[in-house]
Design a protein around this ligand. Structure first.
Ligand code: HEC
Ligand code: HEC
Length: 292
């Protein structure tokens, strides 16, 4: 079992909700015999999801397409401190954060992120565009939803796009970078349409030698002349470590005069994702899902 604590919490929530539904039902019957409420046990998964959301005060349902766009941004800007799934790391968990729970679709959170709390170690994201910040907040909301409302999480069908439109979009917009046929059988590599969508929206960054295509590379110009190029295995403001073509490791201090040019192949893909409209995203997933 991966999240034993949450399972216990969930069991508690379900029991509490069932209790509330039963109590409400009894009350409704006493007040006016004609009007009936659906008991929790008889609700559809969608109704249960909505009831849990109301009970926990989770607010509006997260926008899944925006959350999918927000994921790579979150991973890049927030995961180091708040964890890959917002459950906390060096920084606090966002799942139980009041700032998050009191927000719908970024209405308050975007302004919060813009300012941060620099004095407490939460950086300000002052230059990130509003729509990107909003997408990040949707990703965070979806992580809350995924834990609190797992019953409802899987029932929503994400295959709502139009395959033919997706096919056209892929040949017009993806094929310039990806060779025709490179998506053959892509759907059979993923367990579910949701995983497939995750997979093409944010391909995993890899630094392993087996995955050279996707590796981040850099060319470093040294102040005394000469350039060292290779695959980046570590980078900070102070140092960069490269493995060159012969497999030799170079640790280079980024002292004045050292010029670093990074090449991140995923960055181009990510750039495209940033401008992706919801409809296009749904259409592309619907099309790729047919490529078994
Ligand atoms: C360098 C580490 C760091 C990074 C990066 C970071 N945070 Fe934080 N964040 C913190 C810390 C530390 C706090 C707690 C501040 C405090 O004690 O008030 C915090 C607080 C928060 C809170 C408020 C929690 C609460 O209920 O008080 C939210 C929401 C949040 N961060 C979201 C984000 C998001 C979204 C990102 C990425 C865009 C991000 N953070 C990036 C360290 C970080
Ligand atoms: C600007 C160029 C560019 C565009 C446009 C682009 N990609 Fe990518 N994409 C890349 C690069 C570079 C990689 C990383 C190298 C690799 O893994 O093949 C990548 C990786 C991927 C991967 C992971 C590789 C794999 O086979 O698992 C998938 C899936 C993918 N892209 C799908 C798409 C789809 C679908 C579109 C169009 C909606 C698209 N890309 C548009 C450049 C692009």
């Amino acid at each position: 079992m991966r999240y034993p604590i949450f399972c216990t919490v969930l069991a508690g929530i379900s029991a509490a909700l069932a209790g509330i539904a039963v109590a409400q039902e009894a009350q409704t019957e006493i007040q006016n015999g004609a009007q009936q409420q659906t008991p929790y046990q008889k609700m559809t998964p969608e109704q249960r999801a909505a009831a849990t959301r109301t009970f926990l005060g989770l607010g509006a349902e997260p926008d899944r397409a925006a959350a999918a766009r927000g994921e790579p941004l979150y991973i890049q800007s927030c995961a180091f401190c708040h964890g890959q799934q917002a459950r906390g790391a060096t920084g606090s968990s966002l799942i139980t954060s009041d700032e998050v729970l009191h927000d719908d679709h970024g209405e308050h959170l975007v302004a919060f992120l813009r300012k941060g709390r620099p004095e407490k170690g939460m950086p300000a994201f002052a230059t990130m565009p509003d729509d990107q910040l909003r997408d990040i907040t949707e990703f965070v909301h979806l992580q809350v939803e995924a834990i609190a409302n797992r019953g409802g999480y899987h029932v929503l069908n994400i295959l709502v796009g139009v395959e033919e439109k997706g096919r056209q979009y892929v040949s017009a917009r993806c094929i310039p970078c990806h060779a025709p046929g490179s998506f053959a059988h892509i759907a059979s590599r993923f367990r579910s349409p949701e995983q497939l969508q995750k997979g093409w929206i944010s391909p995993p960054q890899s630094t392993g030698p087996e995955d050279r295509m996707r590796a981040i590379t850099a060319a470093v110009e040294m102040p005394e002349g000469g350039t060292i190029a290779g695959r980046v295995t570590e980078v900070s403001d102070f140092r960069i470590t490269l493995v060159d073509r012969d497999g030799q490791t170079h640790r280079i201090d980024r002292r004045p005069g050292v010029k670093v040019r990074m090449n991140d192949p995923i960055a181009a893909h990510q750039q495209m994702i940033m401008t992706l409209a919801n409809d296009d995203m749904h259409n592309v997933t619907a099309y790729l899902e047919t490529l078994k």
